[in-house]
Write a protein that binds this ligand. Structure first.
Ligand SMILES: [Zn+2]
Length: 300
């Protein structure tokens, strides 16, 4: 982009240039801040993507909702999720949720938003009994593409799926949220998937490039973006993690998720505790200490 002006027409050009086509099945991870200023905000990017994939295409975004510690506090018992509940996943996810043709996956909390030909089918098969990332697994089997827009967005959609495939175990997260089921009954959904830190996921990028998972790299607006084959990145991740199960961990020695929470985490409590203290030494408080204590006591 020479002028720096980003609008729907320039976005459509960028999307075509990176390789998006009519009829594509596409998973999206988007940082609106990286794209640049758009008069129409996230709706303008959404319109550009829908125009590019056309009537035969389908787009899917993470559109997860907040979960809370269990047992739920009185305040959190007032929050009851449904298909229109907004997501913490950002402005683009919420633009999709508000779109009149949006379908929302039927998983009560790990919800995706989808628009297009396959949207209803994908969403109806992601049920309360499904794993959190099963919808992305289904998309990989259907040879979907992933478009990650913005260098500050981590991952290409399949790494959590690979982790689930390999059956890595993590301390159960005691969180959940209330939702209204199809009969209107209010029920509790507990977090039933691993999730975890994604800051190590960009380590896979050189492997995607080397082994054919990376379809294209370029700019969407001002954002560094990658287009990947979900089937291929999933296969690459599974193969790598079979050899080296810790490969997806981030490099932060104070990261509880990577250093402690998995069965195959290093679990070096002394070095973790020390790193945590160094990281938090500028703004230590009693509540932070209590947090660390809680975290470390989970070891039992
Ligand atoms: Zn981490």
């Amino acid at each position: 982009m020479s002028s720096g002006t980003v609008n729907k027409d320039s976005l459509v050009r960028d999307l075509k240039a990176i390789g998006l086509q009519q009829g594509d099945l596409l998973h999206l991870k988007v940082s609106m801040r990286s794209v640049g200023k758009l008069e129409g905000g996230a709706d303008e990017l959404l319109d550009a993507i829908l125009e590019t994939v056309g009537e035969e295409g389908t787009i899917v975004s993470d559109a997860f909702i907040n979960v809370f510690p269990l047992p739920l506090s009185e305040e959190h018992q007032q929050i009851i999720a449904d298909d229109k509940t907004l997501s913490y996943a950002g402005a683009f996810a919420n633009a999709m949720i508000k779109h009149p043709k949006m379908e929302r996956s039927k998983h009560p909390i790990q919800k995706f938003a989808a628009i297009g030909k396959q949207a209803l089918n994908l969403c109806e098969n992601h049920t309360p009994e499904s794993g959190g990332y099963d919808l992305l697994d289904a998309m990989a089997q259907m040879d979907a593409k992933n478009l990650t827009i913005g260098g500050d967005v981590v991952g290409v959609g399949t790494t959590h799926v690979a982790i689930d495939h390999l059956n890595f175990k993590r301390k159960e997260m005691n969180t959940g949220a209330l939702y209204r089921d199809q009969d209107g009954e209010v029920k509790l959904a507990k977090t039933n998937w691993n999730g975890g830190c994604g800051r190590g996921f960009p380590k896979f990028y050189p492997l995607y490039r080397e082994k054919g998972g990376m379809l294209a790299e370029g700019k969407i607006g001002n954002a560094d973006s990658v287009l990947t084959s979900m089937k291929k990145t999933l296969a690459i991740e599974i193969a790598k993690l079979q050899q080296e199960p810790r490969f997806f961990f981030c490099d932060d020695p104070a990261c509880y998720s990577c250093q402690i929470s998995w069965e195959h985490s290093p679990k070096n409590y002394l070095s973790f505790g020390w790193a945590w203290l160094r990281k938090n030494s500028k703004n230590l408080s009693l509540s932070r200490f209590k947090n660390l204590y809680r975290v470390l006591m989970k070891r039992a």
